[in-house]
Structure formats: structure tokens, C-alpha cells
Design a protein around this ligand. Structure first.
Ligand code: UDP
Length: 239
């Protein structure tokens, strides 16, 4: 990745499953360390980076509710799971020599900073990577929506959504070899065709605020830096 970056400041959304590596549950330290290196190389391009990390590798509110738990309590557990993931990624980033701050939407002063928008921006201006934990802080939301929200609040040039495939297809390319790849889509395409990229509230928020969403495959060396340089294959969702 040598070309100039496409954006000055971005938010990277990684799902909880993105931290599992080959495991069925929880965190894989080699995978977390690889993510930290990816973030570091984008930082080295001069791009300001903030992160939203999901919690699905540890707990999902809907699963808790399906087993009879009160949905709101289950969602708070899911949000707490994202705090644990944020701490793991913070630790890996600092080991890789990257300065970080975790800010939680649910204040937890012994553990991390509370979410304060202006302070988060200041951290990024000082070259720190800010990790936003606890989603939006509200039940019935997802970390995809939290990612769109924080990206808009931080005036990010784009929301980068890390996935297991190199972009958006008409069907699951792992199951359907005829699936068509889309290099570019509009927000309305995604909503109208019900393409499963991010949940509808995240797409709607991005559309309303003209926040481009870049869907890419986070696997492989320098995947994040390459997409930032406009190299390789990815899908961009915009107007
Ligand atoms: N969650 C929530 N509000 C938010 C973000 C997340 O209630 O703003 C809860 C919800 O229960 C969700 C869990 O946290 O299932 C983990 O987040 P998510 O499913 O978005 O993680 P991912 O799929 O990205 O790993």
C-alpha cells in the first residue's frame, strides 16, 4: 500500500466474531494482534483511526432473550461484552506501540473513559486510536448502528466495515458461485434489496449524513491499509 489514503479519518467496525479467529467463541490472541498491526499500518499512513468492536463472540442480546432473559438485561450484557473486547484490542494495540483510549457509552470510570465526543476528537488529533465501547449505550441497538453513529459524530470520511468477504454480493458468494459482486451501491439499493451488509438503522443513519461505507475483507496482510489506499477489491456504499 503506497498510494495516498482515500480518507483522513475513518472508523473501523469489527464484529466480535472478527476477534475469534479459528475459535468457536471468545478471543483469539493471534487474531487480535493481527488486527492491531493492521490498525498500526493505517495509522502510519497518517490516517486518524477510531474503532467500534462488536460483542457477538461473547454474548448477543437476542440469544439471551431467546433463552427467556429480559431483553434489555441481555442487551446490557451484550454491551458489557463489547467493553471486554475493547480492552483486549486496546491491550494489543498498546503492545504494538499504538497509543489508545477506550471510551464507553456506559460510564465505567475504573475501567475506561466515558464517551465524550470532543475529547474523543482531541485524542485522535493527538494520534491516539479511540475505541468506542458499549455500543450506543442503549438496548435494542447494535454495534453496527453505534459504528455509524460514532463515525458521523467524529466527522469521519468513511465507515470501514470489516467482513469475511471482499465486499457486497447479490447472494452469499461462499454458498452461491453465481453471486454477483457489487463494487458500488447506493444506500437505497442496500435497503431496498435487503442486502445484508449492516442493519437498516446503520444504513439509514449513514444515508442521512452522507457517510460512505466501505465493505472489505480484513483477512490477509495489510488488508486495511490497501483498502485505504484504494487498492484491491471492496464495495463502497454511497449516494
Ligand atoms: N448492544 C446493544 N446496544 C448497542 C450495541 C450493542 O444492546 O448499542 C448489545 C446487543 O445485545 C448485541 C450485543 O450488544 O447483541 C453485541 O453487539 P453486536 O451484536 O452488534 O456485535 P457484533 O455482531 O458486531 O459482534
Amino acid at each position: 500500500a503506497s498510494a495516498a489514503p482515500q480518507f483522513r479519518r475513518v472508523l473501523l467496525k469489527i464484529s466480535g466474531e472478527g476477534l475469534m479467529g479459528p475459535r468457536e467463541f471468545g478471543l483469539d490472541s493471534a487474531t487480535v494482534a493481527a488486527i492491531a498491526r493492521e490498525v498500526r499500518s493505517v495509522r502510519e499512513m497518517g490516517v486518524q483511526v477510531c474503532l467500534v468492536i462488536g460483542g457477538g463472540n461473547l454474548f448477543r442480546g437476542v440469544s439471551g432473550a431467546a433463552e427467556g432473559m429480559d431483553r434489555t438485561s441481555a442487551d446490557y450484557m451484550g454491551m458489557l461484552a463489547t467493553v471486554m473486547n475493547a480492552m483486549a484490542v486496546q491491550s494489543a494495540l498498546e503492545k504494538a506501540g499504538v497509543q489508545t483510549r477506550v471510551q464507553s457509552a456506559i460510564p465505567m470510570e475504573a475501567v475506561c473513559e466515558p464517551y465524550i465526543r470532543r475529547r474523543a476528537i482531541r485524542h485522535m488529533e493527538k494520534d491516539r486510536v479511540v475505541i468506542f465501547a458499549a455500543g450506543t449505550g442503549n438496548p435494542f441497538f447494535t454495534t453496527d448502528t453505534a459504528a455509524a453513529l460514532r463515525a458521523v459524530e467524529m466527522n469521519c470520511g468513511a465507515l470501514l466495515k470489516a467482513t469475511n468477504v471482499d465486499g457486497v454480493y447479490s447472494a452469499d458468494p461462499k454458498k452461491d458461485p453465481q453471486a454477483e459482486f457489487y463494487p458500488r451501491l447506493t444506500y437505497t439499493d442496500v435497503l431496498a434489496r435487503n442486502l445484508r451488509v449492516m442493519d437498516a438503522s446503520a444504513i439509514a443513519l449513514a444515508r442521512e449524513n452522507r457517510l460512505p461505507i466501505v465493505v472489505f475483507d480484513m483477512h490477509g496482510e495489510n488488508a486495511f491499509a490497501k483498502v485505504m489506499a484504494g487498492e484491491g477489491r471492496y464495495t463502497i456504499i454511497a449516494e
